[in-house]
Design a binder for this molecule. Structure first.
Ligand code: SF4
Length: 462
């Protein structure tokens, strides 16, 4: 029968001011409301025993926040034991594949509550309890049933609770904000972390427009290798040079023929970059537009070859390390020499208005976010800057107008790099066999047949 555990707790606390409670806490945010609710009603010691946490770093991070919260509020004493990951691993053996909220969680609750009760008994506390019931995602009925069972077994009284009641969960969110507490977005174990990451990746891929077959393949790879990829220390590599970081990541990923493990790993890194965007107060619109680099290139490879392959991972560290941003039509890369490189995404809007507003957005963005680049010189390296195009394309051509914005500083007339962009399906074809599907292709082919060159050029924005 469903019971009102919140009411039971209130009854139990009447006249309990001098009693002692050992309260298991999973993290500072969850404990914040529970402790303010208990303040003055019972003498509380927080017990930090969470062997379920996926790694020591997370364990220490949550513990640090718990201690800080208690120091700042004085709401309870603190007691902890070492991080004993083995306790959890042994307890949930065989239940690894359970969904969140299933049999594995019941075992996890029992493990933490039993240790709390044993510790309470050994130290002479009157009650043991837990903050776990503040989460709307956890089954308070089950947690309380386990608590009462353990009380019977150990002989220590259990303090029932349903801390999320009477606005408790919302209050914990408000208190976390007030004290600036670190709020993790997964329950704690590696399984819950993986599940949460999977949800976030799906949402990212959806948002940036991965085509259906590509998304299906990416999700398949995540399902098969997600645990392996997620266990890698993805963050520190982003502080290395682009090449070193990428090589370290590739080496850790082992066999990856189609590059899809790298795609998944870089997508996870993108989620890390999202936190940096938020910390810098850069809008989500800029984040998603920038990360759409992933979908643009992998979708394009699939359309061209019919295979889902990731071959553009070598460029992506720029976006991941917050050195390249898409701002309107164009992409802008912060160069080490203090200049800003302009990149032209395929199929972008090259109308005068779109290009003007993209440059204006970039100037404002860099002034606000990267003051060292305020007023920086814009440079571009592209086939679009080839002086030949000023001769062979009509005045109204967007490509010609874009190229004319730059003063050319270098022209490599024999560079074949333009072929990948103008003739992607016929990169190596003889001049006579080049396709003529677009007016640009027709103009360039005619120019070649007449003995002209196109090449690649560098320029500075006038
Ligand atoms: S999801 Fe949470 S409660 Fe369930 S097993 Fe993992 S850490 Fe424990």
């Amino acid at each position: 029968m469903k019971q009102n555990f919140d009411k039971l707790m209130q009854n139990e606390l009447e006249g309990a001011q001098h009693r002692r409670l050992l309260l298991h806490s999973c993290c500072a945010p969850c404990s914040s409301h529970c402790l303010s609710e208990l303040a003055g009603k019972i003498q509380t010691t927080v017990f930090y025993y969470n062997p379920n946490l996926d790694c020591r770093e997370e364990y220490e991070k949550r513990k640090h926040e718990q201690v800080r919260f208690l120091q700042e509020t004085g709401l309870a004493d603190f007691l902890d034991v070492d991080y004993c990951r083995e306790d959890y691993a042994a307890a949930v053996k065989g239940l690894e594949g359970e969904r969140e909220g299933g049999a594995r969680c019941a075992v996890c609750f029992r493990l933490r509550l039993l240790r709390t009760a044993e510790e309470a008994k050994a130290r002479g506390y009157d009650y043991f309890g837990t903050t776990l019931t503040v989460s709307p995602l956890k089954n308070a009925q089950l947690i309380n049933e386990i608590g009462f069972e353990i009380a019977e077994k150990t002989g220590v009284k259990y303090l029932p609770s349903d801390f999320k009641k009477r606005g408790g969960y919302l209050r914990s969110v408000q208190l976390s904000e007030k004290y600036g507490l670190y709020r993790q977005d997964y329950c704690g174990c590696a399984f819950s972390k993986l599940a949460r990451e999977g949800q976030k990746l799906s949402a990212l891929w959806e948002k940036i427009g991965l085509s259906s077959p590509v998304k299906a393949r990416a999700e398949e790879v995540w399902k098969e290798y997600g645990a392996e990829v997620s266990a890698l220390p993805l963050e520190p590599w982003r502080k290395l040079s682009y090449e070193e970081g990428l090589n370290a990541l590739k080496a850790a990923l082992s066999e990856d023929g189609d590059g899809m493990k790298l795609f998944v790993a870089q997508s996870l890194q993108a989620l890390g970059a999202k936190r940096e965007y938020a910390a810098r107060d850069i809008g989500e619109d800029v984040f998603f537009a920038t990360m759409a680099f992933l979908s643009r290139f992998i979708n394009e490879t699939y359309e061209r070859t019919g295979c889902v392959r990731w071959v553009w991972g070598w460029w992506f560290p720029r976006q991941l390390s917050l050195h390249e941003f898409r701002l309107g039509a164009l992409e802008f890369e912060l160069l080490e020499d203090g200049r800003v490189a302009v990149h032209i995404p395929a199929k972008c809007d090259l109308t005068d208005g779109a290009v003007d507003s993209s440059f204006a957005a970039a100037r404002a963005f860099f002034a606000a976010q990267f003051p060292a680049y305020e007023g920086a010189q814009f440079v571009c390296s592209s086939w679009m800057l080839s002086p030949a195009l000023q001769e062979i394309l009509p005045r109204e051509s967007r490509v010609r107008q874009f190229g004319a914005r730059f003063s050319v500083t270098k022209w490599e007339q024999d560079s074949p790099a333009f072929r990948e962009w103008i003739f992607p399906s016929a990169k190596d074809a003889a001049i006579e066999d080049l396709p003529e599907s677009t007016s640009l292709q027709r103009a360039v082919k005619k120019h070649f047949l007449a003995g002209g060159k196109l090449g690649w050029a560098d320029g500075i924005l006038k």
